[in-house]
Design a protein around this ligand. Structure first.
Ligand SMILES: [Zn+2]
Ligand SMILES: [Zn+2]
Length: 319
């Protein structure tokens, strides 16, 4: 067997796990009653089984590098976090899509299509000699590649349907499957779309601020909302929120990602009583409150360092 073929069978850093299975020719699996199940691109399951069967690195590493878990878990409670990990490592969990807030994102068939960054594709060609589908661009709410500050593309609508239902698998390419130019993902041209992408990329890295989870995000969201005078201990000032978000012209961008400004989950997040489950919604709220991702990231890093030191017993508690 020649070395290049062996090399091509490896899963790449950041390659969407289901896309890797398809690349290897594993289209679907038999269920107990004989029906077939397609591999989920956004929320894959049975990674322990697949890792053993395909002779891959540990399933835990696959979860970290080839799924969306590193960003999804940060917006969930401890018990939901365990359910999310269980779903990925073992058998699929019922209601998992709703639990991570992605029901609408993945609902209508045409909304979902994997994204493509032309610059990432060129880098991958240079490094590996082939392209692959990246986990970073699976959610339709992400319209930019934060690494390259470049817009994301997708297949045209007819090709998306064919791609989703057919038995033939294609790697991403510089043109659509039909030969026409790739379509751009819909965008609102708001500068915060790039900030959202930066936040998404940062939180998707399991090494970035690993101690930052839903409690820390809720606290960060609440402290900034207080600073801005949008909330007190128990009350959300809806008029002030309307003025604040309106002044930043965030309505269209919010609407385009199905973010409901005057909803109970947003009120709870502003009050620090919970965290938005949908990761892009949670990041959007932080970016809207702080005005950019860099300030959020700096606070997360400093909080994470503090929490890590606390965990290792390095922080002296004053009495
Ligand atoms: Zn890129
Ligand atoms: Zn096409």
């Amino acid at each position: 067997m020649n070395d290049e073929i062996v090399e091509d069978l490896q899963i790449r850093d950041g390659e969407a796990f289901a896309a890797y299975l398809l690349r290897r020719g594993y289209y679907d699996e038999k269920r107990h009653r004989g029906s077939r199940r397609k591999h989920s691109w956004v929320l894959p399951s049975r990674l322990v089984h697949h890792a053993e069967r395909l002779g891959l690195a540990s399933a835990d590493r696959l979860v970290d590098e080839n799924t969306l878990v590193p960003v999804l878990y940060r917006f969930l409670s401890r018990s939901d976090e365990a359910k999310l990990i269980g779903h990925h490592l073992g058998e699929p969990s019922l209601g998992i899509t709703g639990m991570v807030g992605l029901t609408v994102s993945l609902g209508p068939p045409l909304r979902w299509a994997p994204g493509i960054c032309l610059c990432c594709m060129s880098d991958d060609m240079e490094m590996y000699g082939h392209t692959f589908w990246r986990r970073d661009f699976l959610l339709p709410e992400i319209r930019w590649c934060a690494r390259h500050n470049a817009p994301l593309y997708r297949l045209c609508d007819p090709c998306t349907i064919r791609f989703g239902t057919g038995r033939k698998f294609d790697m991403p390419f510089y043109r659509c499957l039909c030969g026409r130019p790739l379509a751009l993902r819909p965008t609102t041209v708001h500068s915060h779309e790039r900030e959202l992408a930066k936040g998404w990329q940062a939180l998707l890295d399991s090494n970035f601020a690993p101690f930052i989870g839903s409690q820390e995000i809720a606290a960060l969201t609440n402290s900034r909302a207080r600073e801005l005078g949008l909330v007190t201990d128990e009350q959300v000032y809806e008029d002030r929120c309307d003025d604040y978000f309106g002044a930043q012209r965030l309505r269209a961008l919010g609407k385009s990602i199905d973010f409901l400004f005057n909803s109970k989950p947003v009120a709870n997040a502003l009050l620090g009583q919970g965290c938005m489950r949908h990761p892009v919604h949670g990041i959007f709220l932080l970016v809207a409150l702080f005005g950019n991702w860099r300030d959020v990231e700096n606070l997360m890093i400093s909080q994470s360092e503090y929490l890590e030191a606390l965990d290792e017993g390095l922080v002296m508690i004053e009495t």
